[in-house]
Write a protein that binds this ligand. Structure first.
Ligand SMILES: [Cu+2]
Length: 414
């Protein structure tokens, strides 16, 4: 019986080792980073990122790049996500492979949380400085307190060079320039090591004698006093006084060395400057919207009315970062991430210019693998089968109009 048990134990150990080694060597390239698994209706009905631009696709260590663009805080914000009254403009990367040298909303530096208003559009920019070599999928991202991370489109950016060359110089208001990458590290190591050593010394002092059983016997036989000698008491006093002296002394020298210090700067930034899109003269009514399950497309019946004074055509439908374009009207030149760009993904039953004053009902199909890859098709699992998105119209002169649409999205089954 014992032999079998031993064998089982041995075999399980080997199996565990094999599994661990396999796991170590299996490193799949993750191509999306969290957003796919989030509820589709949530991604379609919270923040619409558009006009995104990644200034570079390859950056050497210490060089900077920017991600800029606009985001529209959708007016029909879902109930289950707290309103973005306390939000933080973040960047979605696997740790500080870049550092965020700056981030701005409406031209204002936003190192803190900000208050955003439903229905408003904001312009943003994030300045990134390359730190760790590799291929990184860089996302714009908004963290909403009480809501979670709202992940924008991600694009692959390559960092070249060596991380050991990375520097992060900052000039303080007291006039000295420090490298934040290693500033004060020696100090942190020194003090932690010192106090750890003092703790260890105290233990070692007592461990020199018998620790448990003889002492237990001494205490239980009423001879506890014999365990602590006069020298022990002196050593205890020395440690006690020494600790107080080191704390008080080093506190004084630290204050001397850094006479000007301020508390951590914190607090919500309100009144963010919004971005005024040109007033849309096109109105769109969603008569009905469906998607086939399973399938890679959604269909909408739209009644488009042009109240402006120049003819317009529909060029793009954008939802959850996926852009469906009609190449006859609009071609992307920003290097938008391939997996999110359906260059010919938008088909309109009649996309001839819509004259001023005219109204037309059209069938619009947004179709691409991205609908499935980014699991927008998983709307079928969501408790709120409604979608939202942006429509972009262009006139002959290239002027663009943005119209948001939002309606129930009804599944159809074969
Ligand atoms: Cu990603």
């Amino acid at each position: 019986m014992k032999m079998i048990k031993d064998k089982v134990a041995k075999l399980s150990f080997v199996a565990l080792l094999v599994a661990m080694t396999a796991a170590m060597f299996y490193a799949p390239t993750a191509s999306a980073h969290g957003e796919k698994s989030q509820a589709a209706f949530m991604r379609m009905r919270t923040i619409h990122w558009f006009d995104l631009n990644w200034s570079k696709e390859e950056v050497p260590v210490n060089e900077t790049m920017t991600i800029s663009g606009k985001f529209l805080v959708f007016a029909g914000w879902p109930e289950t996500v707290d309103k973005p009254e306390v939000s933080f403009l973040n960047i979605g990367i696997p740790g500080p492979v870049f550092i965020r040298a700056g981030s701005w909303i409406g031209g204002q530096l936003v190192p803190r949380s900000v208050s955003l208003e439903l229905g408003e559009t904001y312009e943003f920019k994030v300045l990134l400085k390359a730190r760790r070599p590799g291929d990184w999928h860089v996302h714009s991202m908004m963290n909403v307190q009480g809501g979670g991370p709202i992940i924008g489109p991600g694009k692959w950016v390559t960092i070249t060079g060596s991380m050991s060359e990375f520097v992060n110089p900052v000039t303080t208001l007291t006039g000295q320039t420090v490298n934040l990458e290693n500033y004060s590290l020696d100090n942190v190591y020194f003090w932690h090591a010192l106090w750890y050593a003092i703790g260890l010394a105290w233990l070692l002092y007592w461990i020199k004698g018998p620790i448990f059983v003889p002492r237990h016997i001494a205490v239980s036989s009423g001879k506890a006093n014999s365990l602590i000698s006069a020298t022990d008491k002196k050593v205890g006093l020395l440690f006690g006084l020494g600790t107080i002296v080191i704390v008080a002394g080093s506190m004084a020298t630290t204050n001397e060395k850094y006479p000007v210090t301020t508390p951590l700067q914190a607090g919500l930034l309100r009144g963010m400057k919004t971005y005024q899109m040109p007033e849309a003269t096109v109105t769109v009514k969603v008569d009905d919207a469906t998607y086939r399950v399973p399938g890679r497309a959604m269909q909408m019946t739209l009644t488009i009315t042009n109240n402006g004074d120049s003819p317009v055509r529909l060029g793009e439908f954008n939802t959850a970062g996926v852009r469906f374009l009609d190449p006859a009207v609009h071609v992307d030149e920003t290097g938008y991430p391939d997996d999110l760009l359906a260059e010919e993904g938008l088909t309109v039953s009649d996309n001839s210019p819509l004259a001023p004053g005219e109204s037309r009902t059209v069938e619009v199909t947004a179709s691409d693998a991205a609908w499935e890859v980014y699991r927008l098709a998983d709307l079928i699992y969501d408790p709120d089968s409604r979608f939202a998105g942006l429509l972009f119209f262009w006139d002959a002169n290239g002027n663009r109009q943005l119209v948001t649409i939002d309606a129930p999205l009804i599944p159809t089954f074969i």
